[in-house]
Structure formats: structure tokens, C-alpha cells
Write a protein that binds this ligand. Structure first.
Ligand code: ASP
Length: 329
């Protein structure tokens, strides 16, 4: 029987109903786990590991590093890993680990739930059973299992606050669909050697959402001596205001003067940025920006955080950013 390490990090799945809301409850989830889901032991030999208990909005790169270290330390003992995690930033953590866990030869499956495991109509039980089964299979990458689908971690994004179907993977098919059978749709391998824990991330990065009336004067206080990369969440295929007082082009020029990387992702979930299509995109290219193509914000952000921590040269980082490392493009 396959050995799976079940790592608890918090989120709604580890919460309990309290008054009108839910709160983290370190005991509730593990009691339910063994009492109400005995069939888990038919699927795999499971060892639980409470790593930390946090609402996922409180997580940052130090938690991603703890997760990567935990997987590295237990890598040889287990056949696969399941991470219980809050849904709010699950796609960020999954993307970050996809870059940090180099030559991953085993499945690392994130899951969580929209309702606490201890509530009667919770989706936790189904997500957890599915995730454990997937972790025993031949996936060699970081995935997110939610509502009967497995998504590539760095392609997934949280799309719904209220539906059990909380995640989507707008620009890439699900790796597996879970029905009566588990139907694998994509198997790819990104390994070319021994597993290595490379989880290091820089936070000298800033995300700017373009919107009508975004006042470029407000950007004047950004310390471009500290910031090494800016991600602009642009409209549609990569557009933002380039006319009059609201033009962002002078800001792009300032970034270029300070050797700050500027990349453009889209506020639209589906399809890819194309900076050649409209004059704003073409101007962005002329003023030194590069395209984030079809990457989710989560993938673009964590990929840059990872690259900035590992490389110094702006040219190298820009080149690597535009190449697929672990299927994110
Ligand atoms: N706020 C929770 C979290 O991300 C939401 C969830 O788990 O669904 O930790």
C-alpha cells in the first residue's frame, strides 16, 4: 500500500463553526478524519503532519519554505503528499511550490474545502478522499484537487467564493477528472535529475492593477531602488491607459531607468496577453515591458519571486520568465 503524508496548514478545512463564522480549530479536523472517513485507510497508509494552522490569507513565502522543507525531509519516506490548505491563497502556494520543488518525482496535491470538515454538508470529505487517491497515482507535479478535478497548481485560480466548484484552470485542461473512474487527461514530467528543494522567494515585487482613473502621480512614492519587478494587471490582451495625464508610460520609463522588470498579465482569466494587438500593448513593448502570456497572476507572481531570489541579471530573469519551467506557460 502507498504511503501518503497528509500535511495540515489550516484553512476552512481545519476550522469549526463558531457563532456566525468559522475559526481555526486544531482538534476538530483530525477527530473527523479518523472517525468519519475510515475508508481512507483502504486507499493509502496515511501519516498526518500538522505543520501550521493558519487562515491562508496570513501565509507568505516563509510558509512556502516550511512546506518545501517538510516535503524534502520526508521525500524518501513517502510515495506522495497531500497538503490541506485554505482556498484563498492555495493557488499562490501551489504555484510557488511548483517552482521551488525542482525535479519533483512524486505527486504533491493541495486540497481544502469551502465548508469545515466537521459540518454535515462539507465538501472536505470528498476533496480529501480524492486528493489522497490522486497522491497515490503517477502524477509528478504540484496539483490542486477540488470538486472532482485535479488542476496543475500553477495554472489554477480560485474562481468562486460560494460554490463547491471553487477552482478553475482557465488556460489549461484539468490533469484529471474524477467521476466513477479517475480519468487522467494530462501526464507530463518536468524532471531531469535528482529532486532538489530550491524554495527561495524574493518579495521585491509589486503588483499594480490598471483601472480607469489610476493616477500615476500616486505611484511616485514607490521605491524603485528596492522594487525589482512590477506586474501590471492590465485590461484584456494587455492594455492600459497611454493617453494624457493618466498614461502609465512615464511610469514604465521610470521602471526601465531603475532596471525594474515590468511584465503584463491580464485581468481577464481566459486566453493570453498579446502585446502586439493594440497600440497600448505595442507601446508597452516599446517602453520595455514583457508579456506574461497566459499565466495566472498567481503563477506570474510566484515565478518572478522565485527567479528574483535565484538570479541577479535582469536579462536572465526576463528570458526565464518567458519560458515554461514546470508547465505554467
Ligand atoms: N479564509 C479561508 C482560507 O483561505 C478560506 C478557505 O479555506 O476556504 O484559509
Amino acid at each position: 500500500m502507498k504511503k501518503i503524508l497528509l500535511i495540515q496548514t489550516g484553512g476552512t478545512i481545519a476550522m469549526n463553526a463558531k457563532g456566525a463564522g468559522v475559526e481555526l480549530d486544531p482538534d476538530a479536523w483530525s477527530k473527523v478524519l479518523y472517525k468519519d472517513i475510515p475508508e481512507l485507510s483502504d486507499i493509502a497508509e496515511i501519516t498526518t503532519f500538522p505543520l501550521f494552522f493558519e487562515d491562508s490569507s496570513d501565509l507568505n513565502a516563509s510558509h512556502w519554505i516550511q512546506l518545501a522543507d517538510c516535503i524534502e525531509n520526508k521525500y524518501n519516506e513517502f510515495d506522495g503528499f497531500v497538503i490541506l490548505h485554505g482556498t484563498d491563497t492555495m493557488a499562490y502556494s501551489a504555484s510557488a511550490l511548483s517552482f521551488g520543488l525542482k525535479n519533483l518525482g512524486k505527486a504533491v496535491i493541495f486540497t481544502g474545502s469551502q465548508l469545515p470538515m466537521s459540518t454535515i454538508r462539507s465538501d472536505a470529505r470528498r476533496n480529501l478522499v480524492n486528493a489522497i487517491e490522486l497522491a497515490t497515482m503517477d502524477f509528478k507535479e504540484v496539483g490542486i484537487c477540488f470538486n472532482d478535478a485535479l488542476y496543475r497548481g500553477n495554472r489554477a485560480t480560485k474562481m468562486s467564493i460560494g460554490d463547491f466548484d471553487a477552482f478553475g484552470s482557465p488556460n489549461f485542461p484539468a490533469l484529471a477528472d474524477i467521476g466513477i473512474q479517475i480519468e487522467t487527461r494530462v501526464t507530463e514530467q518536468f524532471t531531469s535529475g535528482k529532486f532538489q528543494n530550491k524554495a527561495r522567494y524574493s518579495d521585491n515585487i509589486f503588483v499594480l492593477t490598471a483601472h480607469p482613473n489610476l493616477n500615476p502621480k500616486l505611484l511616485g512614492n514607490l521605491n524603485l531602488n528596492k522594487i525589482r519587478a512590477v506586474i501590471i494587471r492590465a485590461f484584456g490582451s494587455g492594455n492600459f491607459c497611454i493617453k494624457g495625464n493618466y498614461s502609465l508610460l512615464p511610469f514604465l520609463d521610470k521602471c526601465r531607468e531603475h532596471d525594474v522588470i515590468v511584465t503584463i498579465v491580464s485581468q481577464a482569466d481566459f486566453d493570453s496577453v498579446d502585446l502586439t494587438q493594440y497600440s497600448a500593448g505595442r507601446a508597452a513593448l516599446e517602453h520595455g515591458a514583457i508579456s506574461g502570456n497566459g499565466m495566472t497572476l498567481e503563477a506570474a507572481l510566484t515565478k518572478l519571486m522565485f527567479l528574483l531570489a535565484h538570479y541577479d541579471s535582469k536579462t536572465d530573469i526576463e528570458a526565464l520568465f518567458q519560458k515554461s519551467i514546470v508547465g505554467e506557460l
